[in-house]
Design a protein around this ligand. Structure first.
Ligand SMILES: Nc1ncnc2c1ncn2[C@@H]1O[C@H](COP(=O)(O)OP(=O)(O)O)[C@@H](O)[C@H]1O
Ligand SMILES: [Mg+2]
Length: 270
């Protein structure tokens, strides 16, 4: 279980660029839950995932994963437990290394004494089977450097790598946003398969309301660093794209009213 208590993160504190990217965020995610994270640009979705992954330390609040307080843990230590896939297909893999070498590295995650750099046949064969299950014809190209592959192939492999050793938590940050629609839907299909088969606790940021409606068992919507809506259970099952669109409109209207009120207040003092 992942639990976030009163998380706050301020960037550029004390400067004109100060922004409170997480404002007192509370969130509890049960084991095996697949949560889609929606929100306008700059609403704090990536900051939320980065705070959990340990890209930076939060200014206040607590993060616990499976009962362990990881708030002060460095990123590398959290990486033993957390799998990640980013928007950019160039992140998360070593481009000059072959598919097999990248997979072998991923298979060693969290293991103190490794398998060495060589690849025993048994491991190679089991990795080949996993790659075959992607249905991308990559099983015959295990010696190809990852840098030579298309964005979709890389994202599929990164997904596979992030789940090769079962992570306690999987974080996906718009991992299909840079792909063409056909490839994106293939990677989404694969995501669903990997998450369901492994019953992985997952936080997936997406800008696709269709994906949020179709996938997972929970949808949260962020705005200005806070979680504004949280749909679970039957409510999530009944959720339609149009419902989400109306909520986005509502948030934008409130922003406009806030701006107008602020302008009126400023003008009334000058
Ligand atoms: N490393 C950073 N340094 C300064 N500001 C940041 C940093 N990361 C995010 N921000 C700011 O925090 C806010 C939320 O950003 P982000 O979490 O990336 O939004 P989203 O992923 O929802 O589009 C934005 O105003 C963004 O400019
Ligand atoms: Mg983002």
């Amino acid at each position: 279980m992942l639990e976030l208590k009163s998380l706050c993160k301020i960037f550029n504190a004390g400067t004109i660029n100060e922004v409170m990217s997480l404002k007192n965020v509370n969130l509890r995610i049960e084991d095996g839950s697949f949560v889609c994270v929606l929100g306008t640009n700059g609403s704090g979705k990536s900051t939320l995932l980065n705070a959990v992954a340990g890209t930076f330390l939060v200014d206040s609040g607590y993060i616990t994963l499976n009962g362990k307080d990881i708030t002060q843990w460095p990123e590398y230590k959290r990486a033993f437990h957390i799998g990640r896939v980013f928007q950019n297909p160039f992140s998360g893999t070593a481009p000059a290394m072959s598919i097999a070498e990248n997979l072998a590295l991923a298979a060693r995650r969290g293991k103190k004494r490794g398998l060495g750099w060589g690849l025993p046949d048994t491991l190679l064969n089991s990795l080949r089977d996993r790659v075959k299950s992607l249905n991308m014809g990559l099983e015959d190209r295990l010696d190809t450097p990852i840098g030579k592959l298309s964005g979709g192939q890389r994202q599929a492999l990164t997904l596979l790598m992030s789940s090769l050793v079962r992570p306690d938590l999987l974080l996906l940050d718009e991992h299909t946003a840079a792909l063409d629609p056909k490839t994106a839907s293939k990677v989404i299909e694969l995501t669903e398969k990997i998450v369901n088969e492994g019953k992985l606790t997952t936080l997936m940021v997406t800008h696709s309301m269709q994906q949020a409606v179709n996938l997972g068992d929970r949808v949260i919507m962020m705005h200005q660093g806070s979680i504004r809506y949280d749909f679970q259970g039957e409510e999530k099952k009944r959720l339609k794209v149009n419902d989400l669109l109306s909520l986005f409109d509502e948030l934008r209207r409130k922003d406009q009213i806030d701006t107008t009120v602020a302008d009126l207040l400023i003008n009334s003092y000058v």
